[in-house]
Structure formats: C-alpha cells, structure tokens
Design a binder for this molecule. Structure first.
Ligand SMILES: [Zn+2]
Length: 333
C-alpha cells in the first residue's frame, strides 16, 4: 500500500507512527487507552485514526472528501459510537452505551467506540466498562481517552493497549504556533505559558491575549509599588467579585484569585531570572520588568516567593482573600 497520511498533528511522533502502522496493517487492538494531560490533542489523534481506518481514498488518509470521511465529520457514521463528549460517564450511561454497541447490525462491519473523559469516571462506571473489556464484542475496537489514569482500576488499565501522550517540545510548539498570527515575542510567551499543551495555548489566543495582558498589567502595577493605585484596585476587584459571586464562601472567592497569584509568582521568578541573565518565561513583559528590576534585590525576591507559597495555602482556608492580597503588597516593599 502506498497511501500517505494526512494527519496535521505536531509532536507525538511515536504515538502517530504506532497508530499509522495499525492502519497500514489493518490490525487493531481490542481496546486502546490514550492518556496524558488535557490540551495535548488526544481527541484529535483519535479522530484522525478512526477516519483513516474508514477512509476509502487510495492516496490520502483521511481524504476528508469521501463519503465515509464526510459522515464521520458530520457525526452520522453508523459504525462510530461516542460516549462522554457531552454526557457524564454515569454507570447507567456506560451500560446503555455498551448495550447499544453490542447490538449487531447486518453487514457486520467493524465498529469503533470512543469514550472520552475516562479520568473522572467513578468505580461503578468503571466496573460497568470492565465487563465489556473482559469480553469485547466481536468486530469492535474501543478507544478510551483519559486526562489521567490514577483513578482507573488496574483491572481496566491492564486490558488496554496504552498510549501515553506528553507535552510537546519547545520546538514542536513553535512550529505549531507558526500557524497563528502573533508577534514572535507573543508566540514565545504563549509557548512558555502553555507548557507544551496546544489546548492551553488556544485558550490564551482565543481573545488575542486580552485577558492575559490585563492580568499581566495588573501584576506589573502591583510590582511597581504604587500603593494608592494598588489598594484601590484590590478594593474594587473584590467588590466586583462579591457582586458577581454573592453565594461564594470566603475560600471560594480566594480560589478565584489564585490564577493571579500564579502569575505573580511567574513575574517574581522572571525578575530573579533577569538578574541572573537567564531567559524569561514572560518575554512580552521583559521591558516592564527591566524598569522595576532595580527596586528588588535577589534576597527580597526569594523571600517573596516563599511567602507566596504560604499565602496560597491560606487561600484555601477561611482567611479573607482581600486581606491576604493587601498583605502581599506590604510584603513586596
Ligand atoms: Zn476519506
């Protein structure tokens, strides 16, 4: 066979090679388990794998034009069954799904089932699944997709062909980011903040980095040490949060502010890197950081990083998050 694969995927070389080999040889395992953190492209790879198996084009797989490819794209392909994309994986849903899967159709073509979100499955649902994995229906391949397998019973894992997905390398991330219209500095920053996970990068890019930049500007103002501005912004920030989430408990409000704390931590570390002449995570803000670098010495930065960790733990408890944020400022100067 001489067809080419049309899989626009970055990274995951071994995983792709393994799956394409299965397509070429038309030899499938009963059950695959794709696992690894969200945002790596596991769903996309599963879709390309399935499409390539059914695609009737002789040169390109998938061609995206043949009848099968189009039916799969539209979600009307009869031999492909999906669970967990929209509905929860309750034991009842899992049993229903597996029952439907076991009903054979005339023609007996090969069926494929994709089950998403397996990482959050409970024990009852997992047990419902196990019976099918132990006695797989004939002519059926099941692809399980999970962000994590720590909560999956080993009885389930041991019956699967495992495919572990990992973060993309920096090089793969930058080739992928070539497809988007952002400046080189912005791309570098997006790459650094998404930890090799295209899904996270897409979330950042959704609003053209608007939310990200707003948050960064807030942190920079905080680090620049304008006390009046700072106390005022903290105050209006929490007024807004309380209005928006009137039913939230104190620690729940605190959790909402946690991502800003993470960002502050990255800024502080970047300040330190700047002093040590090492490459920054947040390249976009290098100039802003340079402008304030003189007001911080290394020891002070380290102290602040340590106290941030303590503040993070306190945010989970019933301590007023506004008070904590006010204290952060006092600690910085
Ligand atoms: Zn096709």
């Amino acid at each position: 066979m001489s067809y080419q694969f049309n899989w626009p995927v970055y990274g995951h070389y071994n995983q792709l090679k393994f799956l394409q080999e299965a397509v070429l040889q038309d030899k499938l395992a009963n059950t695959y388990l794709f696992y690894g953190p969200s945002g790596l492209g596991k769903k996309m790879v599963a879709d390309l794998f399935v499409k390539s198996l059914y695609c009737s084009d002789e040169n390109l797989k998938p061609c995206n034009h043949c009848q099968n490819c189009q039916a799969i794209s539209k979600g009307t392909f009869l031999d492909l069954h999906k669970l967990g994309d929209r509905e929860e994986l309750t034991a009842e849903n899992v049993r229903d799904f597996l029952h439907r899967l076991s009903l054979s159709r005339f023609g007996q073509s090969h069926k494929i089932a994709i089950v998403y979100g397996l990482g959050t499955i409970n024990l009852f649902s997992a047990n419902a699944m196990l019976k099918t994995l132990e006695e797989p229906p004939i002519n059926t391949t099941i692809i399980l997709i999970a962000d994590s397998i720590v909560n999956l019973p080993s009885t389930v894992i041991s019956r699967c062909q495992l495919l572990k997905f990992m973060s993309l390398s920096k090089k793969d991330m930058s080739s992928w980011l070539e497809n988007f219209d952002f400046s080189a500095e912005e791309k570098e920053t997006i790459s650094n903040f998404s930890f090799g996970r295209p899904g996270l990068a897409l979330k950042m890019m959704e609003d053209k980095l608007d939310n990200f930049k707003k948050a960064c500007n807030f942190i920079i103002k905080l680090l620049s040490g304008n006390r009046f501005y700072y106390m005022q912004s903290i105050n209006s920030w929490f007024e807004l949060l309380k209005k928006e989430y009137p039913d939230y408990k104190v620690y729940e409000l605190g959790n909402l502010t946690k991502q800003y704390l993470d960002l502050l931590e990255i800024f502080l570390r970047d300040l330190l890197w700047l002093k040590l002449n090492r490459p920054l995570v947040n390249e976009l803000y290098e100039r802003d950081l340079q402008a304030i670098a003189n007001t911080f010495d290394k020891r002070k930065i380290l102290e602040n990083l340590l106290s941030l960790n303590k503040i993070k733990q306190k945010l989970n408890r019933n301590v007023s998050p506004q008070l904590l944020w006010e204290n952060i400022f006092l600690g910085l100067k």
